[in-house]
Design a protein around this ligand. Structure first.
Ligand code: PLP
Length: 338
């Protein structure tokens, strides 16, 4: 992975959750520090920092890409801010140039949650290689899988030594393996963040086929996009919007319905034909955990609207052309009826 991504170090973990927790420890966030992130994300993005006593500060997402709205980040920055955590939703790159400039100006770390972004790019740079560190997920719902699995990428070598210690339960076991110490011992905080060998072996086979897997997913993604164009044109739904300077990885295909009520009808009509189309995140600011541990900066209107209207369509490697036709037919039939 280091070769593909051209970074000083990558460490396999048992999940992206583990990799984000490692980023939180490596960034040395302390109780009371603040970390800026979108609220339309998975709980692990925020929870990893709450475990360190830090406060996630939520910023609303852009209405086109559903990524953190970079124009709203600056006003969320306070003296306590330590890092920005862009989440590349659906494997579509956040506006990393703007985020990088803001981080530099305010001396903040950029910690990429690239859980969904494996092999996607932003201005020809792989997601996960642009900030200071990043996390990938190989959970069974992702493009490249190992059941549960993840990786931490470090883009600056100054983090490497401590990362290896945190990875190995807070010990210098890595030095022991290299013959640099005769016994290994406890030297820092850490946990058991490594995957098991069987998981790693499974992942290796997936990584060998990663390009082929993403290519197949892309053809499924492109077909949905093409064949739902007419429904967007007629004002029934909105398809994903891709900026020209990003190359996504076909991680997921979603549509936005015109209302929460319409989404229920949409999902039910697919369900009647045995097709599972699902919603996505409950916005973190509205969750009990979010209310307890986090704060918001500005309005959350876009996130709230997206959370009420987004539907993910079936998209997986083995989806056959016939099955995809059935999904598309069910969607078209639904809009003919309403
Ligand atoms: C944006 C994001 N971050 C983090 C995670 C956590 O990944 P994992 O299940 O590998 O811990 C996910 C998983 O769905 C995710 O979508």
């Amino acid at each position: 992975m280091q070769n593909t991504f051209g970074v000083p170090l990558s460490l396999l973990t048992h999940s992206a959750t583990a990799a984000i927790e490692m980023m939180a420890i490596l960034s040395r966030v302390a109780p009371g520090d603040e970390v800026i992130m979108p609220n339309y994300t998975f709980v692990s993005t925020a929870n990893a920092f709450v475990l360190r006593g830090a406060v996630p500060v939520f910023v609303d997402v852009r209405s086109d890409t559903l990524n953190i709205n970079e124009r709203h980040i600056e006003r969320a920055i306070t003296k306590k801010t330590k890092a920005i955590v862009p989440v590349h939703y659906a494997g579509v790159g956040c506006e990393m140039d703007v985020i990088g400039t803001l981080a530099k100006k305010n001396k903040l770390l950029v910690l990429e949650d690239a859980a969904q972004g494996f092999l996607a790019t932003y201005r020809d740079k792989y997601l996960g290689t642009i900030g200071d560190m990043s996390a990938f997920s190989f959970h069974e719902t992702k493009n490249i899988i190992s059941g549960e699995g993840g990786a931490l990428l470090l883009n600056k070598s100054k983090y490497s030594e401590r990362a290896k210690i945190i990875w190995e339960k807070g010990t210098n076991r890595n030095k022991f393996f290299l013959g640099l110490v005769d016994k290994y011992t406890w030297v820092d905080i850490g946990s058991s963040y490594l995957p098991g060998e069987i998981t790693a072996a499974f992942l290796m086979a997936q990584l060998d086929k990663a390009v082929q897997i993403n290519k197949k997913r892309m053809s499924l993604w492109n077909r949905y996009h093409k064949e739902l164009k007419d429904l967007e044109k007629n004002g029934h739904l909105r398809r994903p919007i891709m900026p020209d300077h990003v190359k996504h990885n076909a991680h997921l295909y979603y549509v936005l319905t015109n209302s929460a009520k319409e989404r229920i009808g949409f999902m039910n009509s697919l369900k009647e034909r045995g097709i599972l189309a699902v919603t996505h995140y409950v916005p973190l600011h509205s969750s009990p955990g979010g209310r307890k541990f986090c704060r918001t900066s500005g309005s959350m209107n876009v996130t709230n609207r997206v959370a009420d209207t987004l539907v993910r369509l079936p998209l997986f490697y083995d989806l056959t052309s016939r099955e995809q036709s059935e999904v598309l037919q069910a969607i078209h039939d639904y809009y003919k009826r309403i």
